[in-house]
Design a protein around this ligand. Structure first.
Ligand SMILES: NC(=O)c1ccc[n+]([C@@H]2O[C@H](COP(=O)([O-])OP(=O)(O)OC[C@H]3O[C@@H](n4cnc5c(N)ncnc54)[C@H](O)[C@@H]3O)[C@@H](O)[C@H]2O)c1
Length: 275
């Protein structure tokens, strides 16, 4: 029988986290690093990347390593090169978190329940829609494609995509393209699980509810903005990034070996209350 240690063993694994300089991605990187994985963060924010790598390095588990590459996940050429650089340095790629995402713009309602003309469908700049789809959906395709290119020859791997409960319910204060992008991400994850299971590659999605991070200008750090989301929770609070580490480790480790094509909600019960 497996011990607790072997069940959650990720020592020496080669891990990539996109959007790992902040929030949920940073928490993924931190827990894997603490458990002794070799982690490379991809992020568009050079300063945040340097800071996160320096901060997290102190907590590396035995054999663990962290470094970063400044990459825009919307840039396909840069993504291919960044994946190749990780494979060169680590010798392989085992686990990839497709996590980078953005709030594409204002929703059609404000948190105070007022109509927001800037978020009304007729006023959304096409460039805002396009960037929302590029980062929240197309970049997941690009990430999975590059991951698989490296995982197939090694006989397997794990891909973990950060979706959202906004894939299941419509949020009027979130930019309009976010909902269809995340809904499509879920369908894509299940499709990839079907295609890739035969190659030992597991593909799953984490669907967070509201978590305090820097997304949307860090508005969930603001007490007033947070109140509406706290009322949705069944346990009276919204998520702290610490809450997501256990699930990330589970999906990346042998303990998660039977998960694939799963869409795992982690939201303090918000979706249950709303549906
Ligand atoms: N925080 C929440 O409430 C919440 C809820 C559900 C889902 N999510 C999802 O979680 C994921 C992480 O978001 P977060 O809340 O931690 O936000 P965050 O803003 O704290 O972190 C996102 C990171 O992604 C990086 N990033 C943004 N665009 C990028 C690009 N083009 N290329 C590379 N890196 C880029 C940012 O620089 C940042 O470091 C996203 O996919 C988001 O949609 C968040």
């Amino acid at each position: 029988m497996a011990s607790l240690e072997t069940m959650f063993d990720v020592r020496g694994k080669s891990v990539i986290v996109t959007g790992g300089a902040s929030g949920i991605g940073r928490a993924y990187a931190e827990i894997l690093l603490q458990q002794g994985a070799r982690v490379c963060i991809f992020d568009i924010d050079a300063e945040g990347l340097d800071r996160t790598v320096a901060d997290l390095a102190e907590g590396a588990g035995q054999g663990g390593e962290i470094w970063g590459q400044q990459v825009d996940v919307g840039d396909r050429r840069a993504m291919a090169m960044a994946f190749d650089a990780v494979a060169d340095r680590h010798g392989r790629i085992d686990t990839v978190f497709a996590n980078a995402g953005i709030d594409p713009g204002p929703g059609f309602m404000t948190p105070d329940g007022e109509r927001n003309p800037d978020g009304a469908i007729e006023n959304i700049p096409d460039s805002q829609w396009d960037r929302g789809i590029e980062i929240n959906l197309t970049s997941v395709y690009t990430t999975v494609k590059n991951a698989v290119r490296h995982m197939k020859p090694n006989g397997g791997g794990q891909i973990i995509v950060t979706s959202s409960i906004a894939s299941q319910i419509n949020e009027s204060i979130v930019g309009t393209s976010y909902m269809p992008a995340k809904a499509a991400v879920n369908h894509f994850v299940r499709h990839m699980a079907m295609e890739l299971g035969a190659f030992g590659i597991r593909v799953n999605a984490i669907l967070p509810g509201p978590f305090i991070t820097n997304i949307a200008g860090g508005r969930l750090r603001n007490k007033a903005d947070r109140a509406a989301f706290e009322r949705q929770s069944l346990i009276g609070r919204i998520g702290d990034v610490e809450d997501i580490k256990g699930l990330a480790l589970l999906l990346a480790s042998p303990a998660g070996a039977f998960f694939t094509g799963s869409l795992i909600v982690i939201d303090g019960g918000a979706l249950t209350r709303m549906t």
